[in-house]
Design a protein around this ligand. Structure first.
Ligand code: ADP
Ligand code: MG
Length: 317
């Protein structure tokens, strides 16, 4: 028998152990599976580019886990639960076998943590830098996916966790600010998708904070046709972010990469949100409200004075 070409040998050794129901053991041209009974499928894709989304010195395990987690965050924002994923790797032809082994080990760890499995993918040699793309598949009860367009005047604006650690972590990784306990860099390298908080039935609109809180809020105001009023003093910052100094506050509000959720929550569901957040162990903070008006984001401080922020969120183009 002729030897297996290196590409398929690589897939068999490193990726087949990650494959689950529907993957056909990665031996066929496509995956075949039925959605979980009575559920709707929710599909999203997110790619990471070397030098842009991760620094070349980052370990393959962490790169893999972040790639999976940023996609899981998209499912969390839709109120969906994970099912499986497809993985498209375009990596330099000189990539050592060790890199694939470590990358797969990172995936294995977070597959166990979040309960999903590999369904298939594609592997190609790149002529330049690496581009790693993941397509995630989740599920929700029919009609219950949480959209960006559902925010209503009067809904509170809530965020999970703390805001700005991701962007400060990148600054710390570049040596621009101190990070004595490594917390900020850790948050940048390995975000926590907020799947534990099931937002379906609680939030009228939601999205995850991948390109900066203010920019994401702008998306919700446009999709929902409402005005956002934000109390910048209410924005939850970690102790480490506060330690960076007040001059970083605007960066925290505008910067990306937190993978927290921003939610619109009707007043009569706030108690349920707080109860669910307590059960899930996910902190939530009310930072403002939506009101009738054009799609704008207004910022004020605790005393009600208008605040203006120069930054806009991250844009690739
Ligand atoms: P070809 O590139 O010749 O079309 P395929 O893309 O069909 O080969 O890949 C063969 C099998 O390996 C398929 O089942 C595919 O889903 C799987 N596969 C290829 N690359 C990956 C990957 N990076 N992760 C998971 N499965 C993969
Ligand atoms: Mg292919």
């Amino acid at each position: 028998m002729s030897p297996l070409p290196a590409e398929f040998d690589l897939i068999r050794r490193h990726f087949r152990p990650l494959a689950g129901p529907g993957s056909l053991d990665l031996t066929d041209d496509a995956a075949v599976f039925a959605p979980p009974p009575g559920r709707e499928l929710v599909v999203a894709a997110d790619a990471m580019v070397e030098g842009l989304h991760y620094l070349p010195d980052q370990s393959p395990e962490l790169v893999a886990r972040k790639l999976l987690r940023v996609n899981l965050s998209d499912l969390a924002a839709m109120g969906a639960q994970p099912f499986g994923y497809l993985l498209t790797l375009s990596v330099p032809r000189t990539t050592p076998d060790r890199w694939f082994a470590q990358f797969a080990a990172g995936l294995a760890q977070d597959q166990r943590e979040y309960g999903l499995h590999l369904l298939g993918g594609d592997t190609t040699g790149a002529t330049g830098i690496a581009c790693l793309s993941l397509t995630i598949i989740g599920h929700v009860a029919p009609g219950t996916a949480v959209r960006r367009s559902g925010a209503k005047p009067g809904d509170g604006i809530w965020v999970t966790g703390t805001i700005g650690d991701g962007v400060l972590g990148l600054a710390a990784a570049r040596g621009e600010i101190a990070d004595p306990d490594g917390y900020l860099v850790g948050r940048y390298r390995l975000p926590t998708p907020r799947l534990a908080l099931r937002i379906s039935g609680l939030a009228s609109a939601a999205m995850d904070v991948s390109d900066g809180l203010l920019q994401e809020l702008g998306h919700i105001t446009r999709a929902s046709g409402v005005t956002a009023q934000i109390d910048v003093d209410a924005a939850p910052l970690s102790a480490q972010a506060r330690q960076a100094g007040p001059q970083w506050r605007d960066t925290c509000l505008a910067g990306g990469d937190d993978y927290e959720l921003v939610l619109a929550v009707p007043a009569d569901r706030e108690a349920s949100l707080l109860a669910a957040a307590g059960r899930a162990g996910v902190p939530v903070t009310r930072i403002g409200w939506f009101e009738a008006g054009p799609p704008d984001v207004w910022l004020h401080d605790a005393a009600g004075r208008l605040v203006s922020i120069q930054h806009t969120g991250w844009s690739h183009f």
